[in-house]
Design a protein around this ligand. Sequence first.
Ligand code: HEM
Length: 107
Amino acid sequence: MTDPGRALITGKWKDVGRFKGPMLRGLAGRAPYFHNGSAASLLDAVNFYDVRFGLGLTDEQKSDLVAFLRTLYRRLRPNRHPPARDTLRHAATAAACRHNQRGSRPA
Ligand code: HEM
């Protein structure tokens, strides 16, 4: 799945892919963050938004946000999945797979 960009708001074809945010899935496995790697950690990224947009987040809110962002990553468990060339992408796919397997089992 990828971000449709601004088209999500305007519904216009010409806006597909305009102002596109990066996928946050697998985030904790690919520091540093932003196109120039300016945020070394998730807390740095959260602090960036806090300052840039004057959010006034408390330390607790920041650590809650970081904890949430960390949940978007699942480390590959050895022997459970074949090695993949793109391990990060694979980690995300494998996590989704496990989730689906659990979800599809009869109760
Ligand atoms: C507190 C709210 C937000 C959090 C916690 C957050 C988190 C993040 C993180 C962790 C990244 C780095 C992703 C990476 O390097 O792979 C990122 C990048 C980005 N985010 Fe956000 N985001 C927030 C709000 C927003 C909003 C409101 C927008 C758009 C209006 C936005 C647009 C973007 C864009 C365009 C990038 C790529 C920037 C670059 O690569 O330099 N984000 N965000």
